[in-house]
Design a protein around this ligand. Structure first.
Ligand code: SF4
Ligand code: SF4
Length: 326
């Protein structure tokens, strides 16, 4: 069973344990990548450099060199190309903490469902420290470590392929129950005598909820493709470790300039060797705080699907031992 370390604050004892873990894992590394989300302009709940400084101070104290990395997004945003993405990160103050890389170089890796383009900067680094902000997401229920890699450690093309692959195609007869209409997070489906899809981000929710199996995914369920992408990206890392912040947990994600309301606060911080265990532990802490199926009521999807899929792809295990430092 994987150990997941938890504390409600980044106190001395917790950071000392993290230092020991990082020292063990990244021993001998010349330079590691910190995989992080710099945050969409206007988003005030995404990471701020001062939140991450205790961790970069810790790396410096161990003489571990690092750079920050994130990949370009595939929607309209200054973060959708390396140049303006880097500019935004600098404007947000990340350059004061260390070098920023946002390049678009990839290696192609064939998976069971499709070929994924993994960020070369992460694969080439001596190790990857994945720092994730755990929060809601309208396509995956929540976004944590798995999503930080499945969507964040791959190319724009792969991001697009994951969303496209999760879109529904109609294969059966509709009974007009309208469950799909209610489950679509963007109001993209209207049912009259049959479902009409006007816009679609490929979350696969309508496919999950339809009692008649009217739909099937174009390639596979969004969560399965996301988890496969994460698993494949991780498989290319020489070493890896995960830290998650369970602070300012918003309904929607850091990709939005307006991530909507904060749905949970005060669940603290986690670190672990295992991406699946850390996401499961984060989910459990939020569920304990705000009730069962915490993301279902906000995003029409709980997010457990990505955890189960990541485990099946061999990315890690969801059974964990929680070590408390609070
Ligand atoms: S959920 Fe399925 S059966 Fe119900 S309205 Fe939508 S497509 Fe039709
Ligand atoms: S996959 Fe279905 S539920 Fe999701 S955005 Fe597209 S139409 Fe809406």
């Amino acid at each position: 069973m994987t150990k997941v370390y938890h504390s409600t604050e980044l106190n001395h004892l917790f950071l000392s344990k993290l230092k020991t873990e990082i020292q063990d894992i990244f021993n001998g590394c010349k330079i590691i990548a910190i995989k992080i989300h710099f945050g969409e302009p206007g988003n005030n709940t995404a990471f701020k450099p001062e939140q991450i400084k205790p961790i970069t101070d810790l790396l410096k104290s161990l003489n571990i060199n690092y750079f920050f990395y994130d990949s370009s997004v595939d929607y309209e945003s200054p973060r959708n190309n390396p140049e303006t993405h880097k500019k935004i990160a600098i404007e947000k103050g990340w350059g004061k903490l260390g070098e920023i890389r946002t390049d678009d170089n990839f290696i192609s890796v064939k998976g069971k469902n499709m070929t994924y383009q993994v960020c070369k900067s992460l694969a080439d680094a001596d190790g990857v420290l994945v720092i994730s902000h755990f929060k809601g997401h309208y396509c995956s229920g929540f976004g944590g470590a798995i999503k930080n890699l499945g969507m964040g450690a791959v190319s724009k093309k792969t991001k697009n392929d994951i969303h496209s692959g999760g879109r529904p195609k109609i294969i059966g007869n509709c009974i007009q129950c309208k469950k799909c209409e209610k489950a679509c997070p963007i109001g993209g489906i209207t049912v009259t005598d049959k479902p009409e899809i006007s816009k679609c981000y490929g979350c696969s929710n309508c496919i999950y909820v339809c009692p008649q199996k009217v739909f099937e995914p174009k390639l596979n369920f969004f969560d399965i493709l996301l988890a496969e992408g994460a698993s494949i990206a991780q498989s290319k890392f020489k070493k890896k470790y995960f830290i998650s912040f369970l602070t300012n947990i918003t309904k929607e994600c850091d990709c939005e300039s307006d991530p909507k309301e904060i749905i949970c606060e005060g669940c603290g911080f986690l670190f672990s060797y295992d991406a699946v265990a850390i996401d499961r532990a984060a989910y459990d802490l939020v569920a304990k705080k705000i009730g069962e199926n915490p993301f279902l009521k906000y995003n029409f999807k709980d997010g457990i699907e990505q955890i189960n899929a990541a485990e099946e792809f061999g990315m890690g295990g969801q059974y964990y031992e929680s070590i408390e430092f609070s």
